[in-house]
Design a binder for this molecule. Structure first.
Ligand code: HEM
Length: 412
């Protein structure tokens, strides 16, 4: 008898809906003065940049479930053995011999679990199924389509409110930055930053609004987990604001238990009480070394403060680091070393201001000037944007993978 290959497709009842991207694209935002679209604001900031420059500056996991050599109705002929293969990864094929009854039971269990997970989290793990390689191609194609749609939706959100771009970067970083390499806890894998328990952590002040703003996007993209969505939205925001193009890996599975949230205090403090002194310096190293980063990576990642601003109603600090907060570039380093930073006596929290009073630095930013092992990288990145982009790309890709395993590379 010719061997038959049964394809088992478990699909979510929730399908990706259409995007209303176009309806957003012409909307403008008023924030920080005047009505202008994201692109218009970026253009303005690009013009002002030349000024800076001249100044120096399966279902288990991802199982492909195959049934080979089976007869058409495995349930009726219970005692026939069939070969059952679970392909955990392309390199790792596990062969099992089971009775058809065993397989039937396993399938019922898996389908039930997928149904449950779809209902509970609105997101089903991707299943692939065929023996000839077609399955992985289909899956890749699906993922490409799904993430393309997600990118569109994230861009539309940034078009609606330009200031959300930097906040998306902060959300992605905070959802990964809880990682502890010793205990292998935390990190971006479970999307736990959506839980109120984690949003209540001091370092996450203000991110509840960002999480809420992403909820409609999650609903439109139900096949993508929260964890993947937060990580991908951060990457897209950086790229859309002119930063380096980064590799993305997907397949994070959402944690469903809020008690798995890591303890408060894993994110860095901008001030350990001695402003830009040794305690704040040590605090930075403690937190980033715990995640597995070194001094060069700390300085490279801090360059993201070229983007966005501090909000009095979030962290309590106030103002932007650069005058082009919607453009990802190396301006942070040029400003850090090129301007004179003094205490801002008008703000509630201790922070630094430049002579114009328009720009700010946190104590943890000034630390990068004070510590010579940090400062040498500030000097490099202030001079060399290409080097900054290359190092930032590596560090940010690493950041987004903290706490994850077995992910797939997205082809974009
Ligand atoms: C080095 C330790 C760090 C400290 C102490 C720190 C602290 C802060 C604080 C206090 C804010 C203001 C939040 C608000 O009031 O809304 C902020 C914003 C921001 N941070 Fe950091 N941060 C650090 C590292 C990073 C890293 C590694 C990244 C990304 C790779 C990052 C990206 C951002 C962005 C983009 C914003 C602006 C958010 C917005 O405009 O809404 N930060 N950070």
């Amino acid at each position: 008898m010719m061997p038959t290959t049964s394809k088992i497709r478990c699909s979510s009842s929730l399908t990706s809906g259409g995007s209303d991207t176009n309806t957003h694209s012409n909307r403008c935002v008023a924030r920080g003065g005047g009505f202008s679209s994201f692109k218009e604001q970026q253009q303005k900031q690009k013009k002002s940049i030349s000024t800076f420059r001249s100044k120096s500056f399966s279902s288990d996991d991802e199982g492909k479930l195959l049934i080979m050599n089976s007869t058409p109705n495995p349930i009726e002929e219970e005692e026939d053995m069939i070969e059952y293969c679970v392909l955990k990864s392309d390199e790792d094929l596990i062969h099992l011999s089971l009775t058809k009854r065993d397989v039937f039971r396993a399938l019922v269990g898996i389908v039930g679990m997928v149904g449950m997970s779809t209902v509970v989290q609105g997101s089903a793990p991707p299943f692939a199924r065929a023996s000839n390689g077609e399955s992985s191609l289909n899956k890749a194609a699906d993922s490409e389509k799904d993430f393309k749609q997600l990118r569109k939706d994230v861009k539309a959100l940034m078009e609606k409110d330009a200031n959300l771009g930097p906040t998306l970067v902060r959300l992605a970083w905070h959802s990964s930055g809880t990682y502890d390499k010793m205990t292998q806890t935390g990190g971006s894998s479970g999307g736990t930053i959506r839980f109120k328990e984690e949003l209540a952590h001091g370092g996450n002040a203000g991110l509840d609004k960002m999480v809420a703003a992403l909820e409609p996007i999650k609903e439109r993209n139900p096949k993508i987990s929260y964890a993947d969505m937060y990580a991908y939205a951060g990457k897209v925001a950086i790229e859309e604001m002119g930063g380096p193009t980064m590799e993305f890996k997907y397949g994070r599975v959402d944690e469903m238990d809020p008690s798995k949230v890591t303890p408060n205090g894993r994110l860095p403090d901008a001030d350990k009480g001695d402003h830009a002194g040794p305690k704040t310096t040590q605090g930075l190293r403690d937190v980033f070394y715990r995640m597995g980063f070194d001094d060069q990576e700390i300085v490279a990642l801090s360059g993201a403060h070229a983007l966005g601003r501090c909000h009095a109603d979030a962290s309590g600090y106030v103002g932007p680091w650069s005058s082009t907060p919607l453009l990802f570039n190396n301006s942070y380093y040029g400003l850090l070393k090129g301007l004179k930073w003094t205490e801002n006596t008008k703000t509630k929290k201790f922070q630094y201001e430049d002579p114009s009073g328009q720009l700010m630095m946190l104590p943890s930013d000034i630390v990068l000037l004070e510590d010579e092992n940090f400062k040498k990288y500030v000097d490099v990145y202030a001079k060399d944007q290409k080097k900054f982009f290359a190092d930032f790309k590596n560090a940010f890709e690493k950041l987004e993978l903290l706490g994850t395993s077995g992910l797939n590379t997205l082809k974009e």
